[in-house]
Design a protein around this ligand. Structure first.
Ligand code: IMP
Ligand code: MG
Length: 178
């Protein structure tokens, strides 16, 4: 698997620094609150777990698995494969995902959670790819910016593979032509 990586974009050490910084910032911002962290499956996995180790708050966790589609509904255009089980009305939600690209998925989920009565919804993403954006959305907590190239590892997949890579990297061209 490692032989397929052309370039390391974010090393394990860099990811550790980022995750610590984000965790400490969220801990500060949510002082005396009890947020619910909602991770978007499956890409949120390693990021969510590492981030939570740096959160010094009473909090709960939940997960959603969604796919977005293009449409016009104000409550978001999203198919829900797995939904949250936690009561979210009036609660402070922090949505956690691996990467913000077109923005369609997170935009749809934010609208959905607001429509369901969440008290507040903030976004925390490990990576932001601003050049990919198709809908106007910005994250509140961003680990790092990446250029418009496809990255894998640390939760991010290519055809469901490479999520278990401990760092983030770019695949060799030959992998795509296999
Ligand atoms: P979007 O912002 O609605 O386009 O959705 C972002 C989702 O697309 C992420 O959660 C990833 O699953 C996937 N994605 C976007 N860019 C990449 C990438 O560079 N590598 C792997 N997955 C990506
Ligand atoms: Mg994803």
């Amino acid at each position: 698997m490692i032989k397929d990586i052309k370039k390391v974009s974010l090393s394990e050490e860099r990811i550790e620094q980022i995750v610590k910084r984000l965790g400490e910032q969220i801990t500060k911002d949510y002082k005396d609150k009890e947020p619910i962290f909602i991770g978007l499956l499956k890409g949120c996995n390693p990021f969510m777990m590492d981030l939570l180790k740096h959160i010094d708050l009473y909090c709960s966790l939940d997960y959603m698995d969604v796919s977005s589609y293009v449409g016009t509904s104000s409550s978001g255009n999203v198919t829900i494969h797995h939904d949250v089980k936690t009561e979210i009305v009036g609660k402070d939600i922090i949505l956690v995902d691996d990467i913000l690209d077109t923005g369609r998925t997170l935009d749809a989920v934010v609208k959905l959670l607001r429509a369901r009565g969440a008290g507040s919804v903030k976004l925390c993403v490990l990576l932001d790819k601003p050049e990919g954006r198709k809908v106007p959305i910005t994250a509140d907590y961003i680990g790092d910016l990446v250029p418009n190239e496809f990255v894998v590892g640390y939760g991010l997949d290519y055809n469901e593979k490479y999520r278990n890579l401990p760092y983030i990297g770019v695949l060799k061209e030959e992998v795509y032509s296999k």
